[in-house]
Write a protein that binds this ligand. Structure first.
Ligand SMILES: Nc1nc2c(ncn2[C@@H]2O[C@H](COP(=O)(O)OP(=O)(O)OP(=O)(O)O)[C@@H](O)[C@H]2O)c(=O)[nH]1
Ligand SMILES: [Mg+2]
Ligand SMILES: [Zn+2]
Length: 388
């Protein structure tokens, strides 16, 4: 007998319903599992208390009035309406999208033109990379920034270790990768794991995160092994293993849509298409792109370091007074400026930590216990590589 909790329902959504003065029946609640551009797929619980997937669509009116980020995204909880006659031939209409507990998008905050929601109501996001071609600290950093902004917790998976662990050279390479990641993100709370999806090695670590109703999303470049991991967690009988060529797991199969999948042992997984072609916006780029008008205006402020708050001769303040700029837009601008500052400070701190670490000689480093453990780990790379 399935419960809403199995699909990720929490008191947060209960409260959200109350706030919206909505008291939906059980069968009216569902979670978006796929958006195939023609209609949405929604997981819901039927009268036999089984999890079923139905199709649903937005009413014409909402299709026009909702902007991109307000439209349903994979992971969203929605209230369904089966009553109104439906010309779209879907099972139901989506009446309301409930507020999001977390939202993973490739933009910092603000305007509709650029925001692209990857998935919502996610608890953990696992960034998958491989130890060679795909490995890039700067890109990992961008992913982690996005995850931090989403409200979810980050996990880092270095996959395809089977290609490296058989010889000394390969093992040293993996150890080097590990050190680089730990040095680059010394104070961040990122869980790092080494896996081999084809050998089903280390993938079960993900099961530790996937309790009942917990949602985990896999993101990363194309070809790093996200779908292979998904299949491992699902067991072999998931339909699209055949498409991938279920026997060898080989052949080019690129995921083209994101799917929210209910796992047999509990928990939910979002398999994403590779983010190869997607440009991950840094907060600064977002700031410049989405607030070009304000960036331009700020050049006309009297002081070059104008905070656009109380400063005299502020061109932005003047634009608000004359009505050329709305106070709302100004406020979301300030919010993003602040966010960029915080992120930059954190980044500088991180870089300082890396420099400090690198400067310290190994002898000096071994002076206290913690550093000695670090040093030993570096010298004996293959010991605990896979337990981290
Ligand atoms: N050697 C090795 N190959 C792997 C591993 N994991 C995946 N592969 C292979 O890498 C290729 C791509 O794997 P996928 O799981 O489709 O990659 P993906 O991340 O889902 O790719 P997109 O859907 O394009 O984003 C397949 O040929 C897999 O068999 C691994 O741990 N070791
Ligand atoms: Mg895939
Ligand atoms: Zn100003």
């Amino acid at each position: 007998m399935a419960q809403l909790k199995d699909l990720g329902w929490q008191s947060f959504f209960e409260e959200a319903c109350k706030e919206k003065h909505a008291s939906p029946e059980l069968y009216q609640l569902g979670r978006i599992s796929r958006d195939d551009k023609i209609y949405y797929h929604v997981m819901t619980i039927d009268s036999d208390h089984e999890v079923v997937e139905i199709t649903a669509s937005l009413k014409g009116k909402s299709r026009k009035t909702l902007n991109h980020e307000q439209k349903p995204a994979v992971g969203d909880w929605v209230i369904l309406d089966y009553e109104t006659s439906n010309y779209n031939q879907t099972d139901a209409f989506i009446e309301l999208v409930l507020p999001r507990r977390t939202s993973l998008s490739r933009k910092a905050t603000g305007t509709a033109s650029i925001e692209q929601i990857i998935a919502t109501n996610i608890d953990y996001v696992a960034v998958v990379t491989d130890p060679e071609a795909d490995f890039n600290l700067k890109r990992l950093d961008r992913y982690f920034t996005l995850i931090e902004q989403s409200g979810a917790k980050a996990i880092c998976l270095v996959n395809k270790i089977d290609l490296y662990e058989s010889d000394k050279e390969g093992q040293a390479h993996l150890a080097h990768i590990k050190k680089q990641i730990l040095d680059y993100f010394p104070d961040a709370s990122i869980d790092l794991h080494f896996t081999s999806a084809v050998k089903n090695q280390g993938v079960s670590i993900l099961k530790n995160y996937l309790d009942q109703g917990v949602t985990l999303a896999l993101i990363g470049s194309s070809g790093v092994g996200k779908s292979t991991m998904t299949n491992q967690l699902l067991g072999q009988d998931w339909q699209w293993t055949n498409e991938v060529n279920g026997v060898t797991g080989k052949g080019k199969h690129t995921t083209s849509a994101r799917d929210l999948i209910l796992l047999p042992d509990g928990g939910l997984l979002v398999d994403n298409p590779g983010i190869r072609e997607i440009h991950l916006w840094s907060p600064e780029e977002t700031l410049n792109e989405s607030f070009q008008d304000l960036s331009q205006l700020s050049l006309q402020c009297k002081f070059s370091n104008c905070k656009h708050e109380l400063d005299s001769g502020c061109a932005i303040k003047q634009a608000i007074e004359t009505g050329a700029l709305t106070a709302e837009r100004y406020e979301s601008y300030l919010k993003l400026v602040e966010e960029v500052e915080i992120l930059n400070k954190r980044k500088q701190q991180r870089e300082r930590n890396v420099q400090r670490r690198n400067k310290r000689g190994k002898k000096v480093k071994a002076r206290n216990l913690e550093d000695r453990i670090d040093l030993e780990r570096e010298q004996k790379p293959d010991n605990d590589l896979f337990n981290t």
